[in-house]
Design a protein around this ligand. Structure first.
Ligand code: ZN
Length: 206
């Protein structure tokens, strides 16, 4: 399984998703980190932590770095993309609201399912489609064209803050339609034609 040295995530990068949670799109990208320890692969279980009563899926387009990136312009950033991957930015929504920081809400073990990394020829970066289904029912559908901040802009922006290493993951935000997961659910995030990750949801061990 692919293991990034860090996972940089972008909050509120789709207008309709920002609005569904009562927020605006920020004037600059809103960044947070998930710990690499929360990564799981396809068919490993998402475990609902006892600390939360509201765990939600967030299907996202993930970008894997192929080269080190530091203070890069957008063209350089595009050239450093090593692959694309389906990501589920699993979130304890109740803890996200009560905690000032999102580390706990976003950082539980199993909260970052990742599919196999697509390393073929890149599609147009404004035409990547992400679809989330729960128990076979479509819940989210978005494309990178709807992002407030483009993939190239995000990579350039992040590289002005922290060095991105080969293998690092940037999760570029979720479209509208987030919702709750329950024990027994099967949740699937797919980047059309590129990568998919499907996981069952489990209650915490007693
Ligand atoms: Zn997210």
């Amino acid at each position: 399984m692919h293991m990034p040295s860090k996972i940089v995530c972008v909050g509120r990068n789709y207008l309709e998703h920002a609005k569904e949670l009562g927020n605006d799109v920020p004037s600059q990208p809103l960044l947070f980190l998930k710990p690499p320890s929360c990564v799981i692969g396809a068919w490993e279980a998402i475990v609902l932590p006892p600390q939360s009563q509201q765990v939600e899926y967030e299907g996202e387009i993930g970008v894997i770095l192929g080269e080190r990136l530091r203070h890069a312009d957008e063209a350089t950033a595009i050239g450093a993309i090593g692959g694309l991957v389906a990501v589920n930015d699993v979130t304890a929504r109740d803890l996200q609201k009560t905690d000032g920081q999102w580390t706990r809400a976003k950082g539980f073990d199993t909260f970052c399912p990742m599919g196999p990394v697509f390393r073929g020829a890149l599609p147009p970066l404004d035409a990547i489609e992400v679809v989330t289904t729960v128990n076979g029912v479509e819940r989210q559908r978005g494309t990178s064209a709807q992002m407030a901040f483009s993939i190239a802009f995000l990579l350039s922006y992040i590289s002005g803050i922290m060095t991105l290493e080969p293998g690092d993951l940037v999760a570029t935000g979720t479209p509208a339609g987030v919702g709750r997961l329950a024990p027994g659910d099967t949740v699937r995030v797919e980047l059309k034609g590129l990568s998919a990750v499907e996981n069952v949801v489990r209650a915490p061990a007693a």
